[in-house]
Design a protein around this ligand. Structure first.
Ligand code: 4IP
Ligand code: ADP
Length: 450
């Protein structure tokens, strides 16, 4: 695809001071920086918002399947805390991703030849949203972060936000109950289209495009806002986590990336092929396929990305959580045996499933890299939302997906519904186990009481 047709990041929209409000209207923001407003770029954003999304992949080529290099034997182990400590304070600079159509504005799609910093960073775990409170930044590599409770009410509010996946620095705090996510044109178009769709009740409220500190952001509802010390889990949906066009591009101009090689080796030194070891680099699709095969993406159609518990503990070391039993165990730990929470989650997943089946948006889009965000708290409040439309791509006019047939390159299927069904099955298993365990406990009590 020609470069000018690719998605643009917030930088393409440029300058500060304006708010692209709901409905694509351009407004001026009453801020001291109004002199910096560049109406033209925000009109451009308005125009984009008002127009139907141009299909990003007009002609998905029928090209041979990419072979996933088999995992080597090697010594494989989970990342340990000691591996992480003192290892994450490199320069947290993000350059343009070489093969990525970023799910966010932070890694705009550019050439395969763009460079990428060795210290390419992801935001994992507890973060402090920029203008809320100025504490020391946590390097993403730190896999466990503890927060001391209780804080006073305002501190608690400030520190309760968590980013479990995605790119570092992508989010900022905004007005009460909302957050800002770096603008990607693609995600903006999705939010615009979702305004009239059956999925609307299941996605974060969208409040338009705003400028903050010279950058454009999507303003959306902070899903954590109505929870008290929430437990949060991010599950990335689908059997595939990269776009077909990323494969094509990598094939045309393969660009081994050192940062991805390093991430692979951190988890499994036997992951890279001998050639990849020699070149100290792997291509983006190769890395993404390896991630999918190591985790439950390929086998279950979803994977757990991260969990933050009410007590502030945070885990993102799920790269090798693949088996059903392991996944069930993670869910059991997450809900701490609370059958009511599991039931609420199951109900919500079934509602989401129903909405997906009637959603025009869902039919007409390849949904890649999107997550379900599970949130519950001690009051029994439990909800799930569909988040991250950065790589959700419109199909050519008239084309639809079933979302539950196997992916073959060219058919653009994403396995989303298949993954959702498996997720529901996993939760049912958790529920059954909990119920059995509880009834066993009750039986025991009854027996001993007698
Ligand atoms: O989770 P790990 O193993 O760190 O791998 C990440 C995730 O797959 C990111 O997806 P997400 O943002 O959905 O979590 C992806 O960003 P894209 O969404 O841009 O594909 C990154 O690609 P790069 O940003 O190119 O490194 C890739 O390195
Ligand atoms: N609307 C929201 N409310 C609360 N938390 C959110 C919201 N959107 C995203 N998050 C948090 O940020 C993380 C990354 O979000 P995501 O949209 O996937 O970012 P990226 O596009 O950088 O991958 C999620 O795992 C979640 O923890």
């Amino acid at each position: 695809m020609p470069k000018e047709c690719r998605r643009k990041s917030s930088k393409d929209f440029g300058f500060p001071g304006a708010v692209l409000s709901d409905g694509g209207r351009v407004e001026r923001r009453a801020a001291g920086r109004s002199s910096q407003i560049c109406a033209e770029v925000f009109q451009k954003a308005a125009l984009v918002a008002a127009q139907p999304a141009a299909p990003a992949l007009m002609h998905a080529p029928m090209v041979p399947q990419v072979t996933i290099t088999p995992e080597g034997g090697g010594c494989s182990r989970e990342i340990q805390q000691e591996d992480m400590d003192g290892n994450g304070d490199g320069i947290l600079r993000r350059k343009l991703s070489n093969s990525s159509i970023s799910s966010t504005g932070s890694s705009a799609v550019e050439s395969e030849d763009d460079l990428l910093s060795d210290t390419e960073s992801k935001s994992k775990g507890l973060v402090t949203l920029d203008h809320l409170v100025n504490t020391e930044r946590k390097p993403w590599r730190k896999i466990k972060t503890y927060i001391r409770w209780p804080f006073n009410a305002s501190q608690k509010k400030k520190l309760s936000w968590v980013q479990l996946a995605g790119h570092k620095g992508n989010f900022k705090a905004a007005d009460e109950g909302t957050i800002l996510k770096k603008l990607s044109e693609n995600e903006m178009q999705c939010f615009e289209k979702l305004r009239d769709d059956a999925l609307l009740p299941f996605v974060p409220g969208y409040h338009g495009v705003v400028e903050n500190d010279g950058e454009a952001f999507l303003q959306m509802t902070d899903l954590l806002a109505n929870f008290d010390q929430p437990n949060v889990m991010d599950c990335k949906m689908g059997v595939r986590t990269y776009l077909e066009e990323e494969l094509v591009r990598a094939r045309e101009r393969p660009k081994p990336r050192e940062d991805l090689y390093k991430k692979m080796v951190e988890v499994d030194n036997g992951g890279p092929t001998p050639e990849e070891h020699v070149q100290q680099g792997v291509t983006k699709p190769r890395y993404m396929q390896w991630r999918e095969s190591m985790s439950s993406t390929n086998t279950l159609g979803f994977r757990i990305e991260g969990i933050k518990k009410y007590d502030g503990t945070c885990r993102t070391d799920f790269k090798k959580t693949r088996s059903k039993q392991d996944v069930i165990q993670v869910f059991k730990d997450f809900v701490e045996g609370d059958a009511n929470i599991i039931k609420s989650y199951m109900l919500r997943l079934k509602e989401i499933r129903q909405a997906l089946q009637t959603s025009e948006f869902f039919k007409q889009h390849e949904v890649i890299g999107s997550s379900l965000l599970f949130i519950h708290d001690h009051t029994g409040h439990a909800q799930i939302w569909i988040i991250d439309f950065g790589k959700t791509t419109a199909l050519p006019d008239g084309q639809t997906l079933s979302h539950n047939v196997p992916w073959q390159e060219g058919n653009r299927e994403d396995g989303y519904l298949w993954g959702l069904d498996n997720l529901i099955l996993m939760l049912e298993a958790v529920c059954n186990e909990e119920t059995t365990e509880n009834s066993l406990t009750t039986d025991t009590h009854t027996a001993s009481d007698l």
